[in-house]
Design a protein around this ligand. Structure first.
Ligand SMILES: [Zn+2]
Length: 188
């Protein structure tokens, strides 16, 4: 049995869409980087100018315990950079980029040298997701869900089944076409 659309299915993707859009707007002039360092690996999430990037780097030597922690860096233009603007530190490694997506093993890790110098890291990989992508997915999802919800609500007001549109004015219990229970709306 198909189920009637719920307003929750509109609000949830809508909230994600708004969060992505807000982060996109904020990221135009704000670079945020969260870095977690461990003895054998360093992780980062980098958010700037419409992109979010996930990084992993491997220290050339075990990092001292004093450098094993997490921290946050905030930069604004002109000291903030997109991943594609970072220095190429190992041109022999591979890089792939398309429409704002990027997988790079060439570029500098997004730390500025506070606690960990980029030169202390050996192999590193960055995966970049352009924010247009989640904005498009969740925007389209919200639009489709909202249309379904509006159509179901309109059918209900017209005395039709919320799910299949069958005329229910001669029916009380369930839709004879698709079996959806009829919710009393106060209308007669
Ligand atoms: Zn029905």
């Amino acid at each position: 049995m198909k189920r009637a659309p719920s307003i929750v299915l509109v609000i949830l993707p809508g909230a994600v869409f708004l969060a992505v859009a807000a982060d996109w707007a904020r990221s135009v002039n704000n670079s945020e980087t969260f870095i977690l360092s461990r003895a054998k690996s360093v992780w980062a999430i980098d958010n700037f100018d419409g992109e979010i990037a996930f990084w992993r780097g491997t220290p050339l030597a075990d990092l001292p315990a004093i450098k094993q922690h997490w921290w946050h860096e905030h930069w604004e233009p002109p000291y903030a950079y997109k991943t594609a603007s970072f220095n190429v530190v190992s041109a022999r490694e591979s890089e792939w980029a398309l429409a704002g997506f990027m997988i790079t093993m060439q570029r500098r890790f997004p730390t500025t040298g506070k606690s960990i110098l980029p030169s202390q890291l050996g192999p590193r990989v960055g995966v970049v997701i352009p924010l247009w992508f989640p904005a498009l997915i969740f925007g389209a999802w919200t639009y489709v869900a909202a249309r379904r919800y509006v159509r179901a609500t309109r059918r209900e007001q017209e005395g039709l089944c919320r799910v299949c549109g069958y005329d229910l004015r001669a029916t009380r219990d369930r839709c004879p076409e698709c079996g959806t229970p009829i919710v009393a709306t106060g209308a007669t």
